[in-house]
Design a protein around this ligand. Structure first.
Ligand code: ADP
Length: 548
């Protein structure tokens, strides 16, 4: 028997309609690419998204067509999120930090019909425009006054384009399983692969983000979205914020510590989200400005890579802010787990609480989670056994765009995340490694993430990466690669001594090397493939002992 409730489709347009109606005067703030701070509201975004929808229709974009963006976090990019998907077109957020040939590959693979581009990335597109086979036109996201001279063909100015349109537009109604947006994974191995979200998965994910034990965003929040709109839908915040009417603050391209700090202070930001690298920049700025306060900041969501324990503690000690450590991936919309203390853990002392927060948290409702061994057998949830982390649920992909990579889920829809993790009796998950980064030493596994985390606790260490290096006896042994803090005097032996009391003896890196900087992926993660390449001929001091 089918239920008798209304089968209203879950559509992205309903989010902006809701925000414009019930939170119309709530602000949307942007540090623009042109420079000044821009102030808008949900009512205005709602109107302009409709003007954009009319413009897209006039330009001949049709239902299901892909529309690309190469853009920073700004109010215009936010409007495009709604104008494009709300109309039944597919928003393809391109990561502008990818290599130019990858950008060309994914725009062609997605078959984008139109591309919206920020001033910053116009030169990048000019270089490959003639190779973009399906693109019929470009919209430069600025006003007439700032329009650059460009060799891009069929160019429009964003403000002129939408300014000519009416703000009356009836969002179309269609099946909630219709594609809404497309985001390619960074493809550290092989070509990038497209994750194709639907309206249904996006709206369900927004409910998940709003839940108190996930991010718990509400209309009382002012949210600084540092995570890029081109990185897994900025962790769903552009949708979730509209669902609850939270104020949004977009940093544009100014992601340095000073700018982030100014926005946090001036816009009374209560909640912010970003990868660890961004917070390291904020901390550096705080180091140069002793006594710096962020009185409104209550929660900081950290994900994308492991939030180091020292970072969680510093947010607590110096700024009184609670870190919500989250884990997920592009394929998961992206949130999978979020770290909150359970009621029974509220009385633990702060150090114990931070230990718990340093794990990646517990599954959010809607995300099925399990760990399995190499044969696919489920492993116990005892906090000790670690294995391949598998996920499934309504916001998790079942196939990449155009079937790239073939079958990616098993018969029961489980998707292998490529992460290695433990699960404890309370459901807390801890990532021990990416399966390709784990160090295999004499048949046992060493977690590179754990070692990096511990190394980051050393006061002289700015950034740390651990990779496995070939060893004649043990197959692989850990090498620690460190970027020192400015002006810090740290030696190899200092670091090893520091680690000695913190990790199992056989986990101790066989060597420590210092470098000026570490390679990162387009989404700000350590690029270990490059590092392994750089150190592929590195001879560990212990290698000769073993050979003797
Ligand atoms: P990319 O496009 O860089 O692959 P994703 O965000 O999809 O971007 O990457 C997902 C991966 O990032 C996860 O599978 C995991 O390895 C890593 N990751 C994300 N969050 C965390 C976290 N909190 N701790 C450790 N690793 C994380």
């Amino acid at each position: 028997m089918r239920g008798l409730m209304q089968e209203t489709p879950l559509l992205i347009s309903s989010l902006i309609d809701y925000a414009a109606t019930y939170h119309g005067d709530t602000e949307i703030i942007t540090r623009t690419v042109e420079g000044p701070i821009h102030r808008s509201t949900y009512a205005e975004v709602g109107r302009r998204a409709k003007q954009l929808a009319n413009a897209l229709k006039r330009l001949g974009v049709e239902f299901g067509d892909r529309v690309g963006t190469l853009a920073w976090n700004t109010h215009r990019h936010f409007e495009i999120y709604y104008g494009v998907s709300g109309s039944g077109f597919v928003l393809h957020t391109v990561n502008p930090r990818l290599f130019p040939d990858q950008i060309e590959y994914i725009i062609n693979h997605a078959e984008d019909k139109l591309v919206f581009v920020d001033l910053t990335f116009v030169p990048l597109l000019e270089r490959c425009a003639d190779k973009l086979k399906t693109v019929q036109g470009f919209v430069i996201m600025t006003d007439a006054e700032h329009m650059p001279k460009t060799t891009l063909p069929n160019v429009h100015c964003y403000e002129t384009l939408i300014g000519a349109e009416s703000d009356v537009f009836a969002w179309p109604t269609f099946d909630e399983n219709t594609a809404s947006s497309l985001c390619y994974t960074s493809g550290t191995t092989g070509n990038p692969k497209g994750v194709l979200y639907s309206h249904r998965s996006t709206v369900i994910h927004s409910f998940m983000v709003c839940m108190g034990d996930t991010i718990g965003v509400t209309s009382h929040d002012s949210v600084l979205v540092v995570v890029p709109l081109f990185h897994a839908n900025a962790w769903g915040m552009p949708y979730a914020a509209a669902m609850c009417g939270a104020k949004l603050v977009f940093p544009g391209q100014a992601m340095d510590g000073k700018n982030i700090c100014e926005l946090l202070q001036n816009e009374k930001v209560t909640l912010s989200m970003g990868v660890p690298t961004v917070w390291l920049m904020l901390f550096q700025y705080a180091d140069q400005n002793p006594g710096l306060k962020l009185p409104d900041l209550g929660r900081v969501v950290i994900g994308g890579s492991a939030a180091p324990r020292a970072m969680i503690k510093r947010f607590h000690d110096d700024f009184g802010a609670r870190v919500i450590h989250a884990w997920g991936m592009t394929e998961m919309s992206p949130i999978g787990t979020a770290g909150h203390l359970l009621r029974k853990q509220m009385d633990l002392d702060i150090e114990q609480q931070i230990d718990i927060q340093a794990r990646q948290g517990r599954a959010v409702y809607g995300v099925g989670l399990k760990i399995v061994d190499d044969d696919g057998k489920e492993l116990p949830r005892d906090g000790k056994a670690f294995g391949h982390l598998m996920v499934r649920g309504p916001c998790i992909t079942r196939s990449y765009f155009k079937g790239e990579g073939g079958q990616i889920v098993d018969a029961d829809n489980w998707f292998d995340t490529g992460d290695i993790a433990t699960l404890d009796g309370d459901g807390f998950m801890q990532i021990t490694d990416r399966s390709k980064d784990v160090i295999k030493s004499g048949g046992e596994w060493i977690s590179s993430i754990d070692l990096e985390n511990e190394a980051l606790g050393h006061p002289g260490v700015q950034e740390a990466a651990v990779i496995g290096v070939t060893h004649p006896k043990w197959q692989e042994r850990p090498l620690l690669v460190v970027v020192k803090k400015k002006g810090a005097e740290v030696s190899r032996d200092d670091v090893l001594k520091y680690l000695e009391s913190r990790v199992a003896k056989w986990w101790l890196p066989d060597d420590v090397v210092f470098v000026d900087e570490l390679p990162h992926t387009a989404t700000g993660k350590l690029l270990k493939t490059k590092l392994r390449q750089d150190f592929k001929d590195y001879r560990l001091p212990t290698a000769s002992d073993a050979a003797e």
